[in-house]
Design a protein around this ligand. Structure first.
Ligand code: GLY
Length: 352
């Protein structure tokens, strides 16, 4: 199988991202597991994944948290730390996350805090975490209903991306993660966006479902990883360029807050959030890509409620809301918009 290794150069915190079908089964060779290892996973991930990492370790404990964002809380975080302590883990031991963004974010933060920081490896198993959240060292938990409000930048020692783990995901979950890859292509990589346009999604999903790696999906993951690597290398702590990765997230978060009870997924809301922030010409190309992926392109959420959530999210920045706009595929501009301007973009596209 082809292996691609992408290095994220961050000085002493540099690390490799290994993208290779079936690399999960090589964790014992690719990671230093010759020590005590806390393997963290969730109830939605096949147990065999975490078990195989544990089997490749000198001594391991597997912790399985309930699937879903609600688990990314202080109680589970504390439980992880208690388990590390009870297992007798020391500064030379490590944590391995096997799962999606919730598992990765929370166990990365636990690794950052335990004994002032022990090694952390990430093995993301969802599209969203493979293309985005496992890279770049954002670790966090939620507190008092606010997402990711307690956390740290703490880089993993290595990330293993095994695209065959995507075969157990629903089509909806795959599309949900691909929304973040579309976002990166739109802002940074016109060739990657063109690959989305020519993607035969049904054929690639069929390949994946039959247990074979999907070359087109692997290419999409690779494109996104290259973009993310370049962005994080230039702006690890999100002082500037990394903010562009929030494209689609301002209105997207507003839409997500209003639709929590409808079960809308994060990537679906990001897909919607991108549409009003593009030029007409870009939107004309984006709409068929989102439709092909089965992502939503219409939204009738009440603009007052959406904007209330947007402004609540952003209140710390004062009156204006820093927004990313895409006027040409592969490029972006940053603009401060008033809440009224943002509202007009939302209503102008979705409700007129
Ligand atoms: N998911 C956006 C970032 O890592 O900055």
């Amino acid at each position: 199988m082809n292996r691609e290794t992408i290095t994220l150069p961050l000085g002493v915190n540099s690390y490799d991202i290994v993208l290779e079908p079936c690399c999960l089964g090589q964790a014992g060779d690719l990671l230093n597991l010759n020590r005590k290892v806390l393997v963290v996973t969730d109830s939605g991930v096949p147990a065999s994944y975490a078990d195989s990492v544990a089997a490749a370790s000198l001594a391991a404990e597997v912790v399985c948290i309930p699937q879903g964002e609600a688990s990314k809380n202080f109680d589970h975080f504390r439980m992880l730390l208690s388990r590390m302590l009870a297992f007798g883990m020391g500064r030379g031991d490590c944590v391995v996350a096997v799962g999606g963004g919730v598992v990765g974010d929370m166990s990365g933060f636990a690794a950052a805090c335990y004994m002032r920081g022990i090694d952390f490896y990430n093995i993301p198993t969802t599209v969203l975490s493979q293309v985005d959240s496992s890279i770049g060292g954002k670790t966090a938990i939620d507190l008092d209903g606010i997402k990711n409000v307690v956390g740290a930048f703490y880089q993993p020692r290595r990330v293993l991306i095994d695209p065959t783990t995507l075969s157990t995901l629903s089509r909806r979950q795959i599309s949900n993660g691909l929304a973040e890859a579309v976002k990166m292509a739109l802002c940074f990589d016109q060739e990657a966006f063109a690959r989305f346009e020519s993607l035969d999604y049904e054929a690639e999903l069929a390949l994946l479902a039959s247990g074979r790696p999907s070359p087109a999906l692997i290419r999409i993951i690779s494109d996104a990883l290259h973009t993310k690597r370049d962005v994080v290398e230039k702006d690890e702590k999100e002082q500037g360029l990394r903010r562009v990765l929030n494209f689609g997230h301002t209105l997207g978060h507003g839409i997500e807050s209003v639709n929590v009870k409808n079960g809308m997924l994060h990537g679906e809301c990001v897909a919607l959030g991108m549409l009003p922030m593009c030029s007409d010409a870009v939107r004309e190309r984006l709409l068929p890509v989102l439709a092909k992926l089965g992502l939503p392109t219409t939204c009738d959420s009440d603009p007052d409620q959406v904007m209330q959530a947007v402004v609540h999210d952003k209140k710390k920045f004062g009156g204006k809301i820093r927004s990313i706009l895409v006027d040409a595929v592969g490029t972006f501009t940053e603009k401060e918009l008033t809440p009224e301007e943002l509202r007009q973009r939302y209503t102008g596209f979705f409700l007129s």
